[in-house]
Design a protein around this ligand. Structure first.
Ligand code: PGA
Length: 251
């Protein structure tokens, strides 16, 4: 059973060679980590998947893609099929990351279509949700996140392969981390939202990550919270040592 799920989100960083050496040094250093119950994934650029897959294939580390299209194939120039990703050895896929919503006009409806397509292709979605600073200031953060979840899970019956990442937009890449209290409160709220949509046992077993400026200093406290089952780590996942320290801080 997975007790803690740590995923590194490399975003649009590293050349293929840099990515290969980052993955290799993560693996070398993981030897010192007791991985009992910890799931690890690297969310790498599409261009890196084949090479990184060769490096991680005999380890416990999984590969995540950063996006996929909602159709399996067809005339969608520049898009990537979830089936192709599965075929390349990808296990997880980030969907609805705030940067996709913000810069690429991804709506909740599109996120939902991608969730359905990913599951159909046997990929495990990591659905990202979170409010902007304005929405929090206006005290709308819970409503916004509830709505994102309700829409993302529309027509989805089986949720055991889904992870939710709570990522307040104001905390992503800013070095402004949510307080432990804020993060735990929202992850509990997300769990309650899943209970309302499904049932108590599904809500208890779904993994909820926190993401947004998680680093080697704050990880231990965040990962120690009851409703935070892991982290989605951007900047700090680009340094092998920091990423390993974060993994190590879950005990
Ligand atoms: P960050 O990014 O850790 O650099 O804030 C997190 C994310 O965007 O998933």
């Amino acid at each position: 059973m997975i007790k803690c799920f740590i995923a590194g989100n490399w975003k649009m960083n590293t050349t293929v060679e840099e990515g290969k050496s980052l993955a290799s040094s993560i693996i070398e250093n993981l030897n010192s980590v007791d991985l009992g119950g910890i799931e690890i994934a690297l969310s790498v650029p599409f261009t890196h998947i084949t090479e990184i897959h060769k490096i991680i294939k005999d380890t416990n580390i999984k590969i995540a893609a950063q996006n996929c299209h909602f159709e399996i194939k067809g005339a969608f120039t520049g898009e990537i099929s979830p089936e192709t990703l599965k075929d390349m050895g990808v296990t997880y896929v980030l969907l609805g990351h705030s940067e996709r919503r913000q810069y690429f006009a991804e709506t909740d409806e599109i996120v939902n279509k991608k969730v359905v397509a990913a599951l159909k292709s046997n990929l495990k979605p990591i659905i990202c949700v979170g409010e902007t600073s304005k929405q929090r200031e206006e005290n709308n953060h819970k409503q916004v996140v509830k709505c994102q979840i309700e829409k993302a899970f529309l027509n989805v019956k089986e949720i055991e392969n889904i992870t939710i990442a709570y990522e307040p937009v104001w905390a992503i890449g800013t070095d402004v981390v949510a307080t432990t209290k804020e993060a735990e409160e929202m992850c509990l709220f997300i769990r309650q939202t899943i209970e309302d949509l499904y049932n108590k046992s599904m809500a208890e077993s779904i993994l909820i990550q926190y993401g947004g400026s998680m680093n080697k200093e704050n990880a231990k406290e965040l990962l120690g919270q009851k409703n935070i089952n892991g982290g989605l780590i951007g900047g700090a996942s680009l340094k092998a040592e920091d990423f390993i320290t974060i993994i190590n801080s879950y005990k």
